[in-house]
Design a protein around this ligand. Structure first.
Ligand code: NAI
Length: 338
């Protein structure tokens, strides 16, 4: 067994070394919470991503099993597993991108805010590790409530003296993915041809789809606008109820997380014109954080786009979103400051 493990280790090192020498456009990516419902399909999709050269999978359970399984896939990324807090620093050292889906998901009847008690502490610990071991990494934060966990992460990084607002991104891509799908259904289009900006935050009324800015340009009746807005805002609950206690969105979330992570990596590589929605530090409204379209580049969210023209329905939605977001953001900040 010892011989086998040594062989495995040296072949992994050889492959990593070989890729580095070959100058392959490889980034080092860590997933924290990699054995979970989102973590596993996310890890699989990242193992298939040609921009990834090294993939670190960290969890407090089952990380070695998931790693062994994925390591047999004949794709380029070298996978390494890390189990439990003592291995967190090794998991994070040298990473370019850290994706965090660690934490508990919702059960029927719960709001994302109900998760705060458990997930706030998990996110704090993991971000302390990021600040110590890979302070220049881009962080994609998935753990809910995103409206509070992003402010928590920001406060942790500020305390550590490593905060760079451009590098901290709350993942709201699933709201955009759902909006594209539902709008395409109503319009009778292929969802791949539809792009709906979704701004605000990632919970209930803070999820604000801008249906007046859909591409390709189109218009909706008041009934369609109501139906679509409600369905996009409650898409997560639709899945939580259908899963009836077995968790929340995992597969569509893994898809969305990879879509976003891939955009971040293409930005890091220097590709031009990479634009996605994300929940970031922002001056677009009076709130310190807000989700809007951002341009991703070599240093993270390099440009934050304004909201653009809103119609009356959207202006009302924006006021509701801001009122709720203000409380969630403050809750996150207070959690670290107190
Ligand atoms: P899950 O319970 O299936 O997996 C979570 C994983 O995190 C587990 O493997 C668990 O062992 C691990 N974990 C727990 N504490 C940890 C720690 N201290 N360090 C490292 N790993 C730890 O949950 P699921 O379904 O994967 O959801 C994860 C999170 O993502 C939840 O908070 C959920 O609400 C959120 N989510 C966010 C979405 C978004 O759009 N941003 C969409 C869907 C879910």
């Amino acid at each position: 067994l010892f011989f086998f493990l040594k062989m495995e280790e040296s072949s992994v090192l050889r492959r990593a070394d070989c890729r580095a020498k070959g100058g392959a456009p490889g980034f080092k990516v860590a997933i924290l919470g990699a054995a979970g419902g989102i973590g596993q399909p996310l890890a699989m999709l990242m193992k298939m991503n040609p921009l990834v050269s090294v993939l670190h999978l960290y969890d407090v359970v089952n990380a070695p099993g998931v790693t062994a399984d994925l390591s047999h896939m004949d794709t380029g990324a070298v996978v390494r597993g890390f189990l439990g807090q003592p291995q967190l620093e090794n998991a994070l050292t040298g990473m370019d991108l850290v994706i965090i889906p660690a934490g508990v998901p919702r059960k029927p009847g719960m709001t994302r805010d109900d998760l705060f008690k458990i997930n706030a502490g998990i996110v704090r610990t993991l971000c302390e590790g990021v600040a110590k071991c890979c302070p220049n990494a881009i962080v994609n934060l998935i753990s809910n409530p995103v409206n509070s966990t992003v402010p928590i992460a920001a406060e942790v990084f500020k305390k550590a003296g490593t905060y760079d607002p451009k590098r901290l991104l709350g993942v709201t891509t699933l709201d955009v993915v759902r909006a594209n799908t539902f709008v395409a259904e109503v319009l009778g289009l292929d969802p791949r041809d539809v792009n709906v900006p979704v701004v605000g935050g990632h919970s209930g009324v803070t999820i604000l789809p801008l249906l007046s800015q859909v591409k390709p340009p189109c218009s909706f009746t008041p009934e369609e606008t109501d139906y679509l807005t409600n369905r996009i805002q409650n898409g997560g609950t639709e899945v939580v109820e259908a899963k009836a206690g077995a968790g929340s969105a995992t597969l569509s979330m893994a898809y969305a997380a990879v879509k976003f992570a891939d955009a971040c990596l293409r930005g890091l590589r220097g590709d031009a014109g990479i634009v996605e929605c994300a929940f970031v530090a922002s001056e677009v409204t009076e709130l310190p954080f807000f989700a809007t379209k951002v341009r991703l580049g070599r240093t993270g969210a390099e440009e934050i786009y304004p909201l653009g023209p809103l119609n009356e329905y959207e202006r009302m939605g924006l006021e509701k979103a801001k009122a709720e977001l203000a409380g969630s953001i403050q809750k996150g900040i207070t959690f670290i400051k107190k």
